[in-house]
Design a protein around this ligand. Structure first.
Ligand code: KG4
Ligand code: ZN
Length: 340
């Protein structure tokens, strides 16, 4: 039986997993850094990379212990080497290269975005390709035509902020803390999504499979604090107004994501949609997608919450590369951006 150790450190979670070739997870650990970044209202790259340095070896140790295996039992080392924060990616890559060299094991590079979609394959328990892949996370909002787990063609994406980034920034404006997505979802439960009229940028333009969330964010700011006000003080906001704005903003983002996902299906004729990334954990978004999929007879896959946000279990995609003999040399580098 093949056993792969997968390592994930692309942003602010340090994670590892041991997975076998039947895609069974023997052990997995995620160490979150939320408490370090909370007071800054967003991920601070320098803090993230330092925290990865401190955690990576303990996380790998406890993953092996949970899985009941030792380093000697492993057949390959896999690491998410793109895309992400450069300093964060480097820590995972160095750990992986060191293990591969010391243990004389093959090294496998994981594309973090392909891994987010592969989480759907894991959750489904059967093949989900070809499909349209929608990745909605803190760093990315992209739509792909996914022929196989390892063959993605970009169809579109955000032209400015990612959906999760917009959630985090608006949550911070509303004084809701970090990470903003879950906090904003909770606040929205008590709010009226029709209270504020917010734009749905690019939604009416059927020629573009693109998102734009930066104008939406600015619209929220103007409606809360007025145009041109240099200082914003969330503490002065009425709790009901916060709830109404959270609900109105969330509804606008969901409309945009759902609309463009459906447009991608229409344009390609695909009947299967796989969604991954932290924002896919958003309950009203999941519910909307389920309704749309049922109405249009689309096969929809959204992983359980723990597989939406960053984790190393979705690194099981490394087994696809192992089986195809796609290995890297110790020259493997990080790639922080989307270009390949
Ligand atoms: O995939 P992920 O863990 O990390 C990246 O690869 O970026 O996504 C993190 C993002 C954050 O922006 C967070 O606010 C958002 O996912 N998020 C949510 C929810 N849970 C996490 N956004 C909306 N609703 C949620 N329930
Ligand atoms: Zn991610």
């Amino acid at each position: 039986m093949t056993l792969v150790l997968t390592i994930e450190s692309t942003c602010d979670e340090t994670a590892a997993a041991v997975i076998n070739d039947r895609l069974e997870v023997l052990g997995a650990v995620v160490a979150s850094q939320e408490k370090f970044h909370e007071r800054f209202g967003g991920v601070v790259p320098e803090i993230a990379s330092r925290a990865h340095v401190e955690r990576i070896l303990p996380v790998i140790d406890s993953t092996l212990a949970k899985a009941g295996v030792t380093l000697a039992d492993l057949d390959a080392i896999a690491v998410a080497n793109r895309p992400g924060l450069a300093g964060s990616l480097l820590v995972g890559l160095m750990a992986a290269k060191t293990l591969a060299l010391a243990l004389d094991l093959p090294l496998i590079g994981i594309d973090h975005l392909q891994a987010h979609i592969y989480a759907c394959r894991l959750a489904a328990g059967h093949d989900v390709f070809p499909c349209i892949g929608l990745i909605v996370s803190g760093g990315h909002s992209n739509i792909y035509r996914c022929e196989t787990p390892l063959d993605f063609t970009p169809l579109g994406g955000t032209i400015d902020d990612a959906a999760g980034e917009a959630f985090d920034k608006v949550a911070s404006m509303l004084g809701l803390g970090f990470p903003g997505g879950p906090a904003l979802q909770r606040a929205a439960e008590k709010g009226d999504p029709r209270k504020f009229r917010l734009p749905r940028p690019l939604l009416d333009d059927d020629s573009r499979l693109e998102f734009s969330f930066s104008g939406l964010k600015t619209a929220v700011r103007y409606q809360l604090f007025g145009a041109g006000r240099p200082t914003m003080d969330a503490e002065t906001l009425d709790p009901q107004l916060v709830a109404d704005m959270a609900a109105s903003f969330q509804a606008a983002v969901i409309d945009c994501l759902a609309g463009k996902a459906m447009l991608a299906l229409d344009k390609t004729g695909f009947k299967r949609l796989c969604i991954g990334g932290g924002v896919a954990a958003n309950r009203p978004f999941r519910e909307r997608m389920e309704q749309l999929a049922a109405a249009r007879k689309i096969e929809l896959h959204i992983p359980p919450l723990s597989l939406c946000t960053d984790n190393a279990v979705m690194g099981a995609i490394a087994l696809e590369k192992f089986n195809a003999g796609k290995f890297e040399t110790l020259e493997l580098e990080i790639s922080a951006g989307l270009e390949r």
